[in-house]
Design a protein. Structure first.
Length: 405
């Protein structure tokens, strides 16, 4: 629905925006979600913000505008921006071999259908990592794929006990899921991007993020840990189980995001899914992207770099994506850029939107998209695993666009 772009400044109908409140409240009332925060930014202002439900059900603590959420894979666009900032400084080119910084990549083998390993047909490049075409995996299907079983054993909860460098040392002994460039496969590739940021900059990922992204953009509540003084704002994590649609999945004792004693400290800084954030913080990052790399006089990326990141980099032979972060269908109208899913055909995207809008979702079903055509940002925050268990992302997008006149 890409009509009148750049000719007429479209406005939101305030009454129709109330439909967002109605559908989120129905989701909470039906126990599909513990709580939801929705935000719409349009033409340089927040035109809608609504919270419903609970940050923590047991204590009846409501979700509020400054609630802290695990954003999981919404970390990925931030890591991609960090790597592209280094590209702009001339540290590498997009098609440089990644083994320049991680020599172990040269020695990887590919697990093939016959059960044997075969050598790389081509080196893994930075572009492969940014576009999830490097051949890595996540371990989501251990029962059906031997490579995923190995990943699950390495990439489980105990991964938080290791540093990023230690985890990479282990991961880089495993076989690849596919030859580089042969398949789009959602994976730990963005964690390797974060590792390369560390190796090039000489900084821990948290330090690079804070110095070069969070402080310049004004994102004080975004990081890899929740400070003790902010624990009362941290949302409980829920998940769907056979016996409970809103089972508590994380407790004070097993949370990797904060330490209640000096004996337990976070070690892993995962560029693929390790950050916590708030809606106001993440809006700052999304606004920077909508503004082509600049926010309030602070420029993180050049305009051309942002436009390059947010166009499709995949060959048609690699489509449809096995996961598009928006709807559960495998739709070939979605492409992938350098860190973002790209809507290449609004008419067949499964939700309302604009050709050229881009975004991503998270394991706990938060979701953010940017629409340059309509000059808008949509942000949904919640804490429910698995993602796309319900149609909240689709319903939110449709409600937003139906209110735009």
């Amino acid at each position: 629905m890409n009509s009148g772009a750049g000719l007429i400044k479209r406005q939101f109908n305030a009454k129709k925006l109330q439909r967002i409140n109605e559908f989120t409240e129905s989701y909470v009332n039906q126990a599909k979600s513990a709580g939801m925060l929705t935000l719409v930014y349009h033409q340089d202002e927040i035109v809608h913000q609504h919270t419903t439900g609970y940050r923590d059900i047991a204590s009846a603590s409501p979700i509020e505008s400054d609630t802290i959420f695990r954003i999981y894979s919404l970390t990925k666009p931030i890591t991609s921006v960090a790597l592209m900032m280094l590209l702009e400084k001339g540290y590498f080119k997009i098609d440089d071999n990644a083994d320049r910084w991680i020599p172990a990549l040269k020695n990887l083998k590919i697990f093939n259908k016959s059960g044997t390993h075969e050598p790389l047909e081509q080196p893994i490049t930075i572009r492969h990592l940014l576009t999830h075409t490097a051949g890595f995996s996540y371990g989501f299907y251990p029962d059906s794929n031997p490579v995923d079983k190995l990943y699950q054993q390495t990439w489980g909860e105990k991964k938080y006990d290791k540093s990023l460098a230690e985890l990479m040392d282990r991961i880089l002994t495993l076989p690849l899921y596919a030859q580089p460039g042969h398949l789009w496969h959602y994976s730990i590739a963005t964690d390797l991007c974060g590792y390369i940021v560390e190796l090039i900059s000489g900084m821990p990922l948290s330090e690079f993020f804070t110095k070069h992204i969070f402080q310049p953009l004004g994102m004080p509540d975004t990081g890899f840990v929740v400070p003790r003084e902010n624990l009362d704002r941290f949302s409980t994590l829920y998940g769907v189980t056979e016996s409970d649609p809103l089972a508590v999945l994380e407790t004070d004792e097993n949370s990797p995001y904060y330490s209640l004693s000096d004996k337990k400290k976070l070690r892993l800084e995962s560029g693929g899914g390790g950050l916590v954030s708030t809606a106001p913080d993440y809006l700052q990052f999304a606004r920077m992207m909508l503004n082509k790399g600049e926010l309030n006089g602070t420029r993180l990326l050049n305009r051309q770099t942002v436009e390059w990141m947010t166009c499709n980099h995949l060959d048609p032979s690699l489509l449809p994506l096995s996961y598009n972060g928006v709807v559960p269908q495998n739709l070939s109208c979605y492409g992938f850029g350098l860190g973002y899913c790209i809507n290449m055909d609004a008419a067949h995207a499964g939700t309302m939107g604009s050709t050229g809008d881009y975004g991503w979702g998270s394991l706990a079903d938060s979701y953010c998209w940017v629409d340059p055509t309509e000059n808008l940002i949509g942000l949904l925050m919640q804490q429910l695993i698995p993602s796309l268990h319900h149609a909240g992302q689709r319903d939110f997008r449709n409600a937003v666009y139906q209110a735009l006149e």
